[in-house]
Ligand binder design. Structure first.
Ligand SMILES: Cc1cc2nc3c(=O)[nH]c(=O)nc-3n(C[C@H](O)[C@H](O)[C@H](O)COP(=O)(O)OP(=O)(O)OC[C@H]3O[C@@H](n4cnc5c(N)ncnc54)[C@H](O)[C@@H]3O)c2cc1C
Length: 389
């Protein structure tokens, strides 16, 4: 499947698209439909991605990964969604491993990164969100109390995806009570939990609109070794923020993939479906929303590449990464709406896949960060308007 990208692509990116297209050909839309109905995890697809090195794309070569730039890796996620598949159940590893790579100890890097690159270990669970704190991350209450040669964790997380299909979990917990720190962003710590070795964790699956294997997680006196701490105690929030630009750019790429899939499906259906003795796409009322969606997806892709290029050049890219995520999520949602409308009643029929992808792409208005929080970041940090919270 070719990509109507706005850029002249490098050979590597063309090869990556070809590789993902070949993998996706073995996991057609029917596969995703079946999993969606059964709320099942795409084990076979994840194995295929892992074997071809796709999920170790960002792990440096010295640890057995591909050592790709973020822009190149983003092509993998984009192309998964471009094929009508769903990168959501697998994408976390790409942005969570950055915390281990950048802030982990030599020992943590040596212990975990080769296994993550080879697929022996999965780092797909990232536990931040809590019921009472919501978007206000620094208000989380899950606590890790120092005890002898380790920590004891108590608390609750919500909406934590892929827990049952991951070996490792990145966990954000409070190590110093909020009342004892100057700023609420202090006193939070990041841990790399080997879930195969802990007891006291209860995982309760949630019945969600999208199939990301999403759970509530309860920590009841969970004892973890001190060696699970990433970087310095109390600096976990900074480490999480540090990974957010990569996360935003990768999600933007997924949305671009979704958007292109919707536009292609909508334009081809509008060209072949005949009502009133002519193709419905001959009516400008049908044609224009699809054309508009295409324009918006391609415009969002420009911001995605601007953000990715800055990231890979080690330049500040917070504004661009956030804007790319917002523009791409809006564009894919607009494209989803146009595709659903174009398909009429058939858009609601599972066998056309539009309704599944419609639900999947809607998520990106809310997670991993909601649109309002991006607007507030741009208002406050880019445009220097007054802080609202
Ligand atoms: C399918 C799915 C998978 C997820 N996977 C994970 C995961 O793996 N790990 C993880 O940690 N989390 C995960 N999440 C959680 C996700 O990151 C949160 O849902 C998201 O950050 C929003 O938090 P909330 O749901 O508590 O919404 P709230 O914070 O309660 O916000 C509700 C609404 O109010 C708006 N709002 C809140 N405060 C303001 C304000 N000050 N100004 C303007 N608007 C505001 C928000 O934008 C939002 O639209 C997942 C969520 C879903 C749905």
């Amino acid at each position: 499947m070719s990509a109507p990208g706005a850029f002249i692509e490098s050979e590597l990116r063309g090869d990556l698209r070809g590789l993902v297209d070949r993998i996706c050909a073995d996991f057609p839309n029917e596969y995703w439909r079946r999993l969606d109905r059964a709320h099942a995890y795409p084990e076979g697809f994840v194995d295929a991605l892992t074997k071809t090195g796709c999920l170790g794309a960002l792990v440096p070569e010295e640890y057995g990964g591909q050592g790709l730039a973020l822009g190149d890796a983003s092509v993998i996620l984009e192309q998964i969604n471009r094929n009508g598949a769903n990168a959501g159940p697998v994408h976390a590893q790409m942005y969570t491993m950055g915390a281990v790579l950048r802030h982990g100890s030599d020992e943590q890097r040596r212990t975990y990164l080769p296994g993550i690159a080879s697929g022996q270990l999965r780092l797909q669970a990232f536990a931040v969100t809590e019921p009472a704190a919501g978007s206000d991350t620094t208000s989380i209450r899950t606590a890790a109390r120092r005890d002898g040669d380790g920590y004891v964790v108590n608390g609750q997380k919500v909406f934590i995806s892929r827990v049952q299909h991951s070996d490792l979990m990145l966990l954000l917990a409070r190590t110093t009570p909020a009342a004892e720190v100057e700023k609420k962003s202090q006193g939070l710590s990041l841990f790399l939990l080997d879930m195969r070795e802990v007891s006291g964790m209860t995982v309760r699956p949630l019945d969600m609109m999208v199939n990301h294997e999403t759970n509530e997680v309860f920590f009841d006196d969970v004892r973890i070794p001190a060696s699970a701490l990433i970087g310095e105690e109390g600096k976990g929030f900074r480490y999480v923020l540090d990974g957010m630009n990569a996360e935003r750019i990768l999600i933007a790429a997924e949305c671009v993939g979704d958007g292109r899939w919707f536009v292609e499906r909508a334009s081809s259906y509008a060209t072949t479906r005949e009502v009133f003795s002519r193709p419905i796409g001959q009516n400008q009322g049908v044609q224009f929303p699809i054309a508009r969606a295409h324009i918006q997806v391609e415009a969002a892709d420009l911001m995605r590449w601007r953000a990715a290029d800055l990231f890979d050049a080690h330049q500040p890219c917070g504004a661009e990464a956030n804007m790319a995520k917002l523009l791409a999520a809006d564009a894919s949602w607009e494209a989803a709406n146009a595709a659903l409308q174009t398909h009429g009643g058939y858009g609601f029929a599972a066998e056309y896949d539009i309704e599944r992808k419609f639900r999947e792409t809607r998520l990106y208005q809310v997670a991993p960060i909601s649109t309002n929080l991006i607007l507030s970041f741009v208002g406050e940090h880019v445009l220097k308007m007054p802080r609202s919270f």
